[in-house]
Ligand binder design. Sequence first.
Ligand SMILES: Nc1ncnc2c1ncn2[C@@H]1O[C@H](COP(=O)(O)OP(=O)(O)O)[C@@H](O)[C@H]1O
Ligand SMILES: [Mg+2]
Length: 378
Amino acid sequence: MKVKLLELSDFRNYQNLQIDFAEDANLLFGDNAQGKTNILEAIYLCGTTKSHRGSKDKDMIRFDGEEAHIRMFIERDDISHKIDMHLKQNKAKGIAIDGIPIKKSSELFSLINIVSFSPEDLSIVKNGPGERRRFMDMELCQLDKIYLFHLTNYNKAINQRNALLKQLQYSKGLEDTLTVWNEQLLSSGTKLIESRNEFIREISKIAGKIHEKLSDGREVLKLIYEPNIEVNDYKKAMKESIQKDIATKMTNVGPHRDDICFQICKTDEKMKTEKEAYEDVRRFGSQGQQRTAALSLKLAEIELVKERIKDTPIILLDDVLSELDRNRQEQLLSCIQGMQTIITCTGLEEFVNNRLKHNRVYHVSNGEVIQLKEDMNL
Ligand SMILES: Nc1ncnc2c1ncn2[C@@H]1O[C@H](COP(=O)(O)OP(=O)(O)O)[C@@H](O)[C@H]1O
Ligand SMILES: [Mg+2]
């Protein structure tokens, strides 16, 4: 699938912008704070309903603007589609595909798949579990329509249950209502645990192979899903946690507390028992190991999406190449060969040096985007 054309009005620092993209590599370059990431954000938002940097809708509306519009023309299986998105100050966003308003964001996920990669993604191993859960959720929502449905139900139920737990200190009589929420959580939570379990098992296999290459065969990487509670124990644990939940005024058991463990074993230590050889990279890995593991995960994500959708996703690389050494840059670039890629960077030099083939180059300066000559010999 490809993005053909993007039109923005009153989005971030763009009053009006129209930009068309080439089928393979597109480069947006310019100084800091000029609006490069804003363009990637608009594309990601249009394909996933969420900002890749976690911004709120109203923060993406141009200062002083009332509403923002994004229109994106894409091509999938040789058919063109138009996505319209309309961000409002204090209301939910409106989305239409080919002129027909959609009610569920899952309709968008079956039309378009985007993988975004920015320097923050390289910290996923080092950072807290919340980001690792966000990664699982974003991926699973894009790959599995039903997951989004269960996740939405689960989050709603958690919020309601936590609100109820806060109320309980004033009205003890409400305690029985907790069981209603327990059941809701149990039914959607179980689905989340099962899907995450399968997803991590699958992505671990791919990431393992990539990591071996990235580390020149010196390390083996495994990802292990760490559910806060196993499916079989979930019901009982939730029941047993009720008094604690009331005392702490929050829900203590469930997949909203899950994590992913990254384990690395040096190949020359494989002789040791499995338990001795593998280390938890989150806690004991060097920064380099943590970043390599994160890169392996990201490249595995691209592979997995490609496999599942039987098409190439659109790749957004936000200032990420300059964060990687030469060898890793090349691994990344070879992984995304043949896919449409939109890359931001501050200077052109680094790319010339790295012999990146790009066939469309834009200069971004203070919300103005100017295309350099096509197929320029840099
Ligand atoms: N809602 C908004 N309205 C107008 N300008 C905005 C808005 N949000 C961010 N900006 C501007 O966008 C610029 C940052 O854009 P960004 O795409 O992140 O830069 P970069 O080129 O470094 O990637 C800043 O100058 C900021 O003031
Ligand atoms: Mg940026």
